[in-house]
Design a protein around this ligand. Structure first.
Ligand code: CMP
Length: 140
């Protein structure tokens, strides 16, 4: 089905200057950018975005990392966009990420892991609405 998913290029990958290389992977896989913005997240914004992880031991480190520099946030649209993006990203821990995936190529650690992607269509809808009013998401 035609889907949308939320993607974030995290502060480590923005700092490495690989936004374009990562966008190129999305495009080559048939995912279209339907919305995009660069943003320095506030602590409250990062905590709200990752609210489902609030009780996890890594929550504070995750929030600190996500506010350590600007992120690039985009909505990707395409057939099976949620799973397709997750395949492009590779495993959360870059040590476990398959060769040729974004995390294998650009991530340094499970915290600084280059990208975030929604894990299901339902979470994608919530995550997209968290950052983009529906009028700022363009059908592609
Ligand atoms: P992300 O897909 O953005 O969702 C939550 C993030 O928490 C995850 O990527 C990792 O960067 C980070 N994280 C740190 N430690 C863990 C862990 N043990 N399990 C899952 N995510 C973790």
């Amino acid at each position: 089905a035609l889907e949308r998913t939320l993607s974030i290029i995290k502060p480590d990958a923005v700092a490495k200057n690989v936004i374009g290389e990562i966008y190129s992977r999305f495009e080559k896989a048939g995912l279209k950018v339907a919305a995009a913005k660069m943003k320095q997240l506030s602590r409250a914004e990062a905590e709200g975005f990752y609210a489902v992880h609030r009780e996890r031991p890594f929550f504070n480190a995750l929030v600190e990392f996500m506010i350590s520099g600007p992120v690039m946030i985009q909505v990707l649209e395409g057939e099976g966009a949620v799973l397709k993006n997750r395949e492009l990203m590779g495993a959360t821990n870059p040590k476990e990420a398959a060769a040729g995936t974004i995390r294998a190529d650009f991530a340094d650690s499970i915290d600084a892991n280059a990208v975030h992607g929604s894990d299901a269509a339902e979470t994608a809808a919530v995550e997209i609405a968290y950052f983009f009013p529906s009028t700022d998401v363009y059908a592609r």
